[in-house]
Write a protein that binds this ligand. Structure first.
Ligand code: FVH
Length: 297
């Protein structure tokens, strides 16, 4: 990392933001509301107009925006758009923060790319949706990884829109944490969709099921701590209250109920198949931790 640049906190850096989509626009509003000096650029120029009216300077090109900023933040559609937008910009001496969602490998490659151009680099994964930006009580935050010196120097600016959680010097770690949480969320949404499908044809109101789902999922969420303890100790049976043998028996009831209700079980089937494989391998006294081993190729 190019850490010869001062890592002293920079209270009020000149800020340049590339991208004024739903998330980029929310970031711009938060920084402007906090009185920060902001230059913005967006591929479709019309989207910048309301921000000019709110006090932002508008750059005609990404290179112009980068030249106007000490701290450059990219919040674009994907990694390819970041490469495209920044291809003609002089990044020497700049601090580049990439808040565009991508994979760990993309973040690592983008970090090398930025450092080769003389910039310090920090990757970010946003755990918030636009209405949560600039609202501290919403609990929104971003994971960051890459240059610790950049993170420390700009902590004050980075924490205007949402909280900041540093995950390490490896530039891929922010994306890895981001995608791990999004993947868990995807599994939860799949389970919720299945639950609503089960009651779909009955005289039951979805609004009655919703609070029950929220309560149950909230009560079950700490199960993640037990899985973590198992993975760290290597003993997958420690403290297990509901063992795999019992749960696999229960799978039959879940499948049969889906059939009775005329609901496809395709969202549940892959996880159930892994539970059943682990049981067949002789691990009926475990919980579901062994599924992690089966998934890790
Ligand atoms: N919105 C959300 O809920 C999530 C929350 C978590 C983080 N994500 C990620 O944030 C990145 C930006 O998302 P967004 O919500 O701002 O996305 P859009 O509203 O679709 O805006 C996309 C912006 O990217 C510009 N853009 C697209 N392609 C290019 C390109 N080839 N070159 C330059 N700019 C490009 C687009 O410009 P325009 O269409 O207005 O001209 C928008 O500024 C994203 O990684 C999310 O995964 C958001």
């Amino acid at each position: 990392m190019n850490d010869d640049i001062s890592d002293q906190p920079v209270d009020r850096p000149r800020l340049a933001l590339l991208g004024l989509g739903a998330m980029g626009g929310a970031l711009a509003r938060a920084w402007l509301a906090a009185g920060r000096s902001l230059t913005v650029w967006n591929r479709t120029p019309g989207r910048a107009e309301p921000f000019a009216a709110a006090g932002a300077r508008v750059a005609g090109t990404p290179a112009e925006a980068v030249a106007a900023g000490d701290l450059v933040v990219a919040c674009l559609l994907d990694d390819a758009s970041v490469g495209e937008a920044l291809s003609g910009a002089d990044l020497a001496g700049k601090d580049l923060v990439n808040l565009t969602t991508g994979t760990p490998a993309q973040a690592r490659a983008r970090a090398e790319w930025a450092v080769r151009r003389g910039a310090r680099f920090l990757d970010g994964g946003i755990m918030a949706v636009p209405p949560m930006v600039g609202v501290p009580e919403s609990g929104g935050y971003a994971f960051y990884s890459g240059s610790r010196a950049l993170f420390d120097a700009h902590h004050d600016t980075l924490t205007v829109p949402f909280g900041a959680v540093y995950t390490g010097e490896d530039p891929g770690f922010a994306a890895l944490h981001d995608v791990a949480l999004l993947s868990a969320m995807t599994g939860m949404f799949a389970g919720v969709a299945h639950a609503f499908a089960l009651i779909r044809k009955e005289s039951l109101a979805p609004s009655g099921l919703a609070p029950l789902l929220v309560g149950w999922l909230t009560a079950m969420a700490p199960h993640a701590y037990q899985i973590a303890a198992h993975l760290e100790s290597g003993d997958y049976t420690e403290g297990v209250a509901s063992n795999l043998a019992m749960m696999v028996e229960g799978n039959a009831t879940l499948r049969r109920t889906a059939e009775e209700q005329g609901v496809g079980a395709e969202l549940l089937a892959p996880f159930m198949a892994l539970m059943e494989r682990r049981l067949a391998d002789g691990h009926g006294d475990e919980g579901t931790t062994g599924v992690v081993d089966l998934l890790t190729r």
